[in-house]
Design a protein. Sequence first.
Length: 376
Amino acid sequence: MKGTTKAGGIVTILGTRPEIIKCSTLIPRFDELFRHTLVHTGQHYDWNMDRLFFEQLELRPPDHLLSVGSGSQADQLARMLTAIEPILIEAQPAWVLVQGDTNTTLAGALAAAKLGLPVVHLEAGCRSFNRQMPEEINRVLVDHMATLALAADRVSVANLLAEGISGGQVRLVGSTGVDACLRMAGIVGDEVPHVDGIEAGERYLVATIHRAENTEPEIFAGLFDALCEVSSLAPIIFPVHPRTAHLLRGRAQPESIHCIEPVGYRQMIGMLRHCTALLTDSGGLQEEAAVIGTPTFVLRNETEWIDLVEHGHHRLVGNERRRIVDAVRCVLANDDELRGMREPVGLERGGATERVVEALTTHQSGLSVSTKEAVA
């Protein structure tokens, strides 16, 4: 397509670390090609905490820092809508891009749709089919507001079509999370991250827990008991999410569990490359582990990345202590099974960044590429 001007432009709205990561390859491309405004809502963290991610991913600072912070669903959404609306009115973009399934995603899409601005949803069509999850509600609502639904895989495309979303609105582009992960893995190389208490070359596991359903006190107690038992097989590095930290206060833990502060993207990718296995309820880490080839136990009863389970790379083990311990013990005792789980999957989805740019510039949106570079 021949380049013209930066007319129309695009506003990208993000607010959490997974969104920063998955938009990290798009932001410089949008800056280069379009009139681009970057909005950071500050959904969970202040800018000082997110600054490390921007620095490691070599991103420029956002144009707007809203510093919304945490709160109840309704309060957080209200504050986001109030702050986002005047930015969109001033920018009048050809597209408003949101990613994933957070409250930021919903607020950005709703503010744009109410103003009659076209919404593009990156990572559209993911479904856990569990409407008790706030993230599932967000995904469904945003997909049905979107003018353009950009899906990461064929399962997601099928989900969108089954819900009556027009095929003309759906594009299979792959995952920008894969592009970001491959880029960071190349930067990290064979660099081994240092963690106090873990000897060089020692076998270890990585665990993360943060989802709302897993941070209910009773559920978390069982999950942490499972980690304690599993840590007798191999020590566990446990970066503690702010949502989880208060649940650990006063709780006894073995020396084989190393609780640390949340880590930057670079260190997390390094740990994934060198650990024996990952235990997580994070959607983003499931995908990154698959790209790198890290055996993964999903601490949930369902996952939106079911294709990774069906490929045999991940094990869906739920959040009950006995089931988790039995699954991890069985796999760690079987080198052949571990090797099979290490086979990377999802690499064929690399290149999503350019497919997103192409989707935006070929759809009837009024968005044009810069004369600096045309997109074929």
